[in-house]
Design a protein around this ligand. Structure first.
Ligand code: ADP
Length: 799
């Protein structure tokens, strides 16, 4: 009993121990897998726990993908062999595992012969000397995701149903844990994808921002490559652009020091290179392993590159470069990377286009301004010696050059009139046109000629002071469709671009105008200088003539004075003796009387003439002795009229006097006024044919009392005066007709005169501060249009 009693608790204890061990084992397994993060790790750990839990010789865990009919994982613990682990899906499903997967129930086989194990794999168990075997399914929510197989050797302990239960408990735990880790892994993978997408989006948006804010192409590209590199940690990011002349692909920006060192690296289009290929074809290239790419071109300092991704930069159909990315890992680029690269490449392409357009626009504006400025500079100068020098100076601001010459066509010769950039000893000079075909080409075509290698051009003469191997550009100077010369310019490097040719030609147009303006100005200036000298000469001549005339006039005045004085004395004698003879009774003899009267009349007339000469002499020498006294004008005129009465009657002339009585008293020299009006009235009588009429009218003109004047008009119906004589008749000795034609009588029609009367009248009127002028339709003896002599005497002379 004791034994029994003793045995019983022992047996109970053993069963309890076993249960505790199982619980402990499960607990340990649960703890071990709770920290695991990968399916492989969890399975590896579980395999050991399964093994220990049922004290198996070995345990193998298989994870299967039933849809794919594949074993995705096989791990083992204990004495596992390679054969155990490398089970094919076919073997798996045809064996006992297949049964378990299909039924979802565990299988317990105590020996290879108990018929549980299907025929297909039974042999294998026998060969492996396996005895007991449990296969438990790993199921989650009714789906079997794998199996756990535990085995013991034939010699070892057979498994019990408790073992199966324990194994199933752990299998359930394991399946859930595996599924959780799987989900975690998937979530993480998804997160990674999302994170990368976010990064890509961020990069793309940052690139976008840079693009809108940066218009300087080099700064922009440098920013972009660095942005991509920092975000994705690539080995190298670079942007290559296609250059037109000569055709090549040039690295414009690259990351890191390598990028700085390699900037400007030029790959001719013939180079075997992935980048060049992409630029040529416009198709992107991805090389997972550059060692397999025949056209991979290893660049200096980029020795670690393993994979390359190059994407074309295009604007419409035009490919103008490539975005190039190198990784130091084989197969580094995913499909996602390609999508990102495409987006970035498109953005960069737009940015480059914009920056290029902006730069071109800026350049255009700069040039337009330079051209305008240069034009203004040229127009501001008109000095023919200065303008050519200025032209070359301004040309340099529009089209850079090293040497230039302004050459003008002078007859058959070309003459270098200005030059810049030549050695000091070079002195310009003439060039025979035949010497250079190129010059002739410019002159004859009237179009610019551009030579890339001047040394090779026909007729090129380096002796003209130009260096060899240079680019040369000749632009014509055209004025009114005529080529007047050319500007030649050269530089040792860089051919002249079409844009430069256009600019230089436009500038030459302005230069030609400036030259022409300067030439015209020079001509005009010379002409006006000549004219000025001529005028000066004429003025001097005139002055001299006037001096001579003045001297002559003075001599004449002097002669008149001397002659008058000299004549007066003998004349007085003649007249005195004449009067004495006349007093003799014998003189009453009818035959003698007319002779005596002739002598007396002649001497009287002579006396008059001599008096007139003396008056003129006084007027000329301004020694007219004025004796002013209150004068009534009618008192001056009436005696003259009365004195002329006989003549008027004889000649049947009607003389009317009007308005004179209304003229107020005025301060004047009555004797002089008498003399003046006497000459005027006698002239009216003399130049009016018999039967005509004479009117003397007086009229006060009083617009302003201070300036009031009396106007006396002596109007006749005589022969009139031609317009060309109307001023000159007031000069002394001036007579309009032939003197010999005059009749001799003082008051006879066209009677003789000395030509002194009107000059005396003018002298007297002017001495009184007045004016005199004549109005007449013209000279006509047949129709007698008449004359009107106007005398204006200021009334300020009024008492
Ligand atoms: P003359 O002694 O010749 O008259 P005057 O000086 O008085 O000299 O006049 C100059 C000239 O003016 C005259 O010769 C005459 O031709 C012209 N002349 C003067 N008065 C008249 C007139 N009333 N009608 C036409 N011709 C006149």
């Amino acid at each position: 009993m004791q034994e029994q009693v003793g045995k019983a608790p022992l047996a109970t204890l053993t069963a309890d121990d076993e249960a505790r061990r199982l619980i402990e084992g499960l607990h340990q397994a649960a703890e071990a897998i709770s920290g695991a993060t990968s399916v492989h790790e969890i399975c590896q750990s579980l395999a050991g726990h399964f093994n220990r839990l049922v004290r198996a010789d070995r345990t193998v865990m298989y994870l299967v993908d039933q849809a794919q009919q594949a074993i995705t994982l096989g791990v083992g613990a204990g004495h596992v062999t390679e054969t155990d682990l490398q089970m094919t899906y076919a073997e798996f499903s045809s064996g006992i595992s297949g049964l378990v997967v299909r039924s979802g129930q565990p299988a317990l086989s105590l020996s290879a012969d108990d018929g549980v194990e299907p025929e297909a794999t039974r042999k294998r168990r026998i060969q492996a000397n396996a005895g007991a075997l449990i296969v438990a399914p790993l199921s989650v929510k009714g789906e079997v995701i794998g199996t756990v197989t535990t085995m013991n050797q034939v010699s070892q302990r057979p498994f019990t149903p408790q073992d199966v239960d324990a194994l199933m408990t752990l299998a359930t735990l394991a399946a859930t844990a595996i599924q959780n880790v799987r989900l975690f892994e998937e979530t993480q993978a998804a997160n990674r994808v999302l994170a990368r997408r976010a990064l890509q989006l961020e990069t793309s948006s940052q690139v976008g921002q840079q693009i809108t804010s940066l218009l300087d192409l080099d700064a922009l590209l440098t920013q972009v490559v660095h942005l991509i590199q920092t975000h994705f940690n690539y080995y190298f990011v670079g942007v290559w652009l296609v250059a037109d002349q000569p055709e090549a692909v040039i690295l414009r920006a690259g990351t890191g020091r390598t990028g700085d060192d390699l900037r400007g690296e030029r790959l001719p289009m013939s180079t075997a290179s992935i980048v060049v290929k992409v630029c040529q074809t416009g198709r992107p290239r991805m090389e997972a392993d550059v060692r397999h790419a025949l056209d991979y071109l290893p660049l200096a300092h980029l020795t670690e590159a393993q994979a390359e991704l190059a994407w074309p930069l295009r604007s419409g159909e035009k490919i103008f470069g490539a975005l190039d990315i190198l990784s130091d890992q084989v197969g580094a680029f995913s499909a996602d990377d390609q999508v990102l690269l495409q987006t970035l490449a498109d953005q960069i392409a737009i940015a480059i286009r914009n920056a290029q357009l902006y730069k071109a626009e800026q350049h255009r504006r700069y040039l337009a301004e330079a051209l305008e400025q240069a034009g203004r500079e040229l127009i501001s100068n008109l000095d023919l010696r200065e303008v050519p020098r200025r032209i070359l100076e301004q040309l340099a601001t529009v089209t850079p050059y090293e040497r230039s010459q302004l050459i003008l066509l002078q007859g058959e010769e070309l003459s270098v009139v200005s030059w810049r950039g030549f050695p000091d000893e070079w002195q310009g000079g003439g060039i025979a046109i035949s010497e250079s075909d190129t010059y002739r080409q410019v002159l004859e075509s009237g179009r610019p000629v551009c030579v890339a290698e001047a040394a090779g051009m026909a007729g090129w003469a380096p002796g003209q002071g130009s260096a060899v191997n240079i680019a040369w550009l000749g632009v014509p100077l055209i004025v009114k469709d005529r080529v007047i010369g050319l500007i030649g310019m050269s530089r040792t490097e860089a051919v002249f671009t079409p844009q430069e040719v256009t600019l230089a030609s436009t500038f030459a147009g302005q230069a030609a105008i400036a030259l022409e303006n300067a030439r015209l100005y020079d001509e005009t200036a010379r002409f006006s200088e000549l004219m000025e000298r001529m005028v000066e000469n004429r003025v001097t001549e005139l002055h001299e003539a006037m001096n001579i005339l003045e001297r002559l006039d003075k001599t004449k005045s002097k002669f008149i004075e001397v002659a008058a004085h000299e004549l007066r004395t003998p004349l007085t004698l003649v007249k005195g003796y004449g009067d004495m003879i006349n007093a003799y009774p014998a003189a009453k003899d009818p035959e003698i009387q007319p002779l005596v009267q002739g002598i007396l009349a002649g001497s009287t007339r002579l006396h008059e003439i001599i008096n007139s000469m003396l008056d003129v002499a006084k007027i000329d020498s301004q020694t007219l002795n004025m004796r002013r006294a209150p004068v009534k004008l009618s008192k001056v005129i009436h005696p003259i009229v009365t004195g002329l009465e006989p003549a008027l009657q004889e000649r049947r002339l009607a003389l009317t006097v009007t308005g004179l009585d209304d003229v107020p008293l005025m301060m004047a020299d009555i004797a002089l006024l008498h003399k003046a009006f006497w000459h005027l009235i006698v002239n009216a009588v003399k130049y009016t044919p018999d039967g005509g009429s004479i009117t003397i009218s007086g009229n006060v003109i009083a617009s302003d009392p201070e300036e009031a004047a009396v106007e006396v008009v002596v109007r006749d119906t005589g022969i009139g005066i031609a317009p060309e004589h109307q001023k000159l008749i007031f000069e002394k000795f001036y007579q309009t007709g032939e003197v010999s034609m005059h009749s001799s009588g003082r008051t006879k029609f066209k009677g003789g005169g000395s030509g002194l009367g009107l000059s005396i009248v003018k002298g007297i009127v002017q001495a009184h501060g007045g004016q005199i002028w004549v109005e007449s339709p013209g000279y006509d003896e047949a129709h007698c249009p008449g004359s009107q002599f106007h005398v204006l005497l200021p009334l300020a002379l009024t008492v």
